[in-house]
Design a protein around this ligand. Structure first.
Ligand SMILES: [Zn+2]
Length: 478
């Protein structure tokens, strides 16, 4: 049976269609016009006997009046508006209830209903605020710390996948990545019209991975991109329900890609030998597997504790000193905000991660010992040029473990007492007095590390763009 609002509208619809006034129907049914009006407005429920006399007066059956369908497109909009305004999300706004008068055009009504639909969609969507995103990020760092940044199940899957295509060392070629995709029933298609918001797209129906053209600068990242797309399939990832799930999936996919580029057994063998020679260097691991310095350093953090018995820290720091990536299980006192988040915080200016920027020659790694309130660490840092910022990649270990590393004979030593503000943030004596109130600077706008993600089934990816892309390409031959 129809709800009262629909029933009332159906009665009014058939009444106006039959050209009758409220008064005429009132007379025919022996009911006060005011009561009929309340019924038409959905505020009163008519008894069945009254409903039957109304139907008779209008020349239709009671069943017709009780049909749950809105009597017209206009009425459908009016009913939807009524329901939307009754919803808690709208009530919370404290705005007045809008009654669609007859003078309100269909266009106006459609616009208002459209806004309500979008409000509702947004209310239902799990939207990560910057605060939630930071918390999820911190949670992830702590989770990975608890397992020494090592995920055995994914190691095993990657080990099996690389063994099947015979990748047991050296650089993983594009050709082999193609075979690995093939191995799980996926075809790689290069295209230059990917949705702006997507790094790559998978058509699961046709088994295609769409990635940018192989010829783009720095194209070696494409191997990792493709492997990550494969990983999402192998690991059976579904659209993530929230930001934390999104981060977890991305972490797992990156891990899988790294474990394919640098397979566990080959990497551990390589590093074990380097350790035996007391000559561990991230640059060597990088060169042995043909990956970026960042990828090699991150991969080292996966394997070092589990397989080499080393604790360590990893830092990715921008030219302005802000952390864009960090991991530690050696007690390095990372800069943290009140919520325990380190991303976006500024590291001590005496740490290797920032001192390395001061060097003229950046072709080799920068080595230094850093004293901190949590002990002395040996650190090696490589700087790189990126967009929009220069960045540095640091791998550090407690002093006692420096004996396994290249560069340990460095004479560079720095002393840091951060987070004590006297370390490197409080102005030196006299400077504050000298300049207080006499200087002004415009802040640099930091990249929005944790801007809320745009809405979409896949966080950050525009649904319409994605589906239009898939539709277009589904029709093209691979
Ligand atoms: Zn400091």
């Amino acid at each position: 049976m129809a709800d009262l609002s629909t029933l009332g509208r159906r009665i009014r619809h058939f009444r106006t269609e039959s050209g009758l006034t409220l008064d005429q129907v009132s007379e025919a049914t022996g009911t006060a016009p005011s009561h009929l009006s309340l019924i038409e407005n959905g505020r009163r429920e008519p008894r069945l006997s009254l409903l039957e006399s109304i139907a008779a007066a209008l020349g239709v059956t009671a069943a017709t009046l009780l049909d749950p369908a809105p009597p017209s497109p206009r009425a459908a909009l009016e009913i939807e508006l009524e329901h939307a305004q009754a919803a808690p999300a709208y009530q919370e706004l404290g705005l007045p209830q809008l009654r669609p008068s007859r003078s309100m055009t269909d266009e106006t009504l459609r616009t208002i209903v459209g806004l309500h639909r979008e409000l509702d969609r947004r209310a239902r969507q799990s939207i990560a605020t910057p605060e939630q995103a930071r918390q999820a990020n911190t949670q992830q760092r702590l989770e990975m710390r608890a397992v020494d940044n090592y995920l055995p199940e994914i190691e095993l899957l990657a080990q099996q996948a690389t063994a099947r295509v015979g990748h047991t060392g050296g650089a993983l070629t594009h050709r082999t990545v193609t075979q690995m995709a093939d191995d799980v029933g996926l075809t790689i298609v290069h295209t230059d019209d990917l949705p702006h918001s997507a790094r790559c797209v998978v058509d699961m129906e046709r088994g295609r991975i769409y990635i940018p053209p192989a010829s783009i600068p720095g194209g070696h990242g494409l191997r990792s991109l493709t492997l990550q797309a494969i990983a999402h399939q192998v690991l059976e990832h579904r659209p993530p329900a929230d930001y934390a799930a999104f981060l977890r999936q991305r972490r797992e996919a990156s891990y899988y890609a790294a474990a394919c580029l640098m397979p566990r057994d080959a990497s551990v063998a390589f590093l074990t030998e380097a350790k035996r020679d007391r000559n561990i260097a991230i640059e060597d691991l990088r060169d042995a597997f043909g990956v970026t310095h960042e990828a090699a350093a991150l991969r080292f953090t996966n394997l070092a504790t589990e397989h080499l018995g080393l604790t360590l820290h990893y830092l990715r720091v921008n030219g302005d000193g802000t952390v864009t990536g960090a991991y530690e299980n050696d007690g390095l006192p990372l800069p943290l905000d009140a919520t325990g988040s380190t991303e976006g915080e500024v590291v001590c200016r005496y740490w290797s991660a920032r001192r390395a920027f001061e060097r003229r020659t950046r072709t080799t790694e920068h080595y230094q010992y850093t004293d901190t309130p949590a002990g002395t660490f040996f650190e090696s840092t490589q700087t790189g040029t990126g967009t929009p910022d220069d960045f540095s990649i640091t791998l550090g270990v407690p002093y006692g473990e420096s004996k396994w590393f290249r560069g340990r004979e460095t004479q560079l030593r720095a002393s840091s007492t951060c987070p004590d503000v006297a370390c490197c943030r409080r102005p030196e004596d006299g400077l504050a007095e000298r300049w207080e109130g006499k200087g002004w600077a415009s802040p640099r706008v930091r990249s929005h590390l944790f801007a809320p993600l745009p809405h979409g089934t896949y966080p950050g990816v525009d649904d319409r763009e994605l589906y239009e892309f898939l539709e277009t390409h589904a029709g093209l031959e691979a």
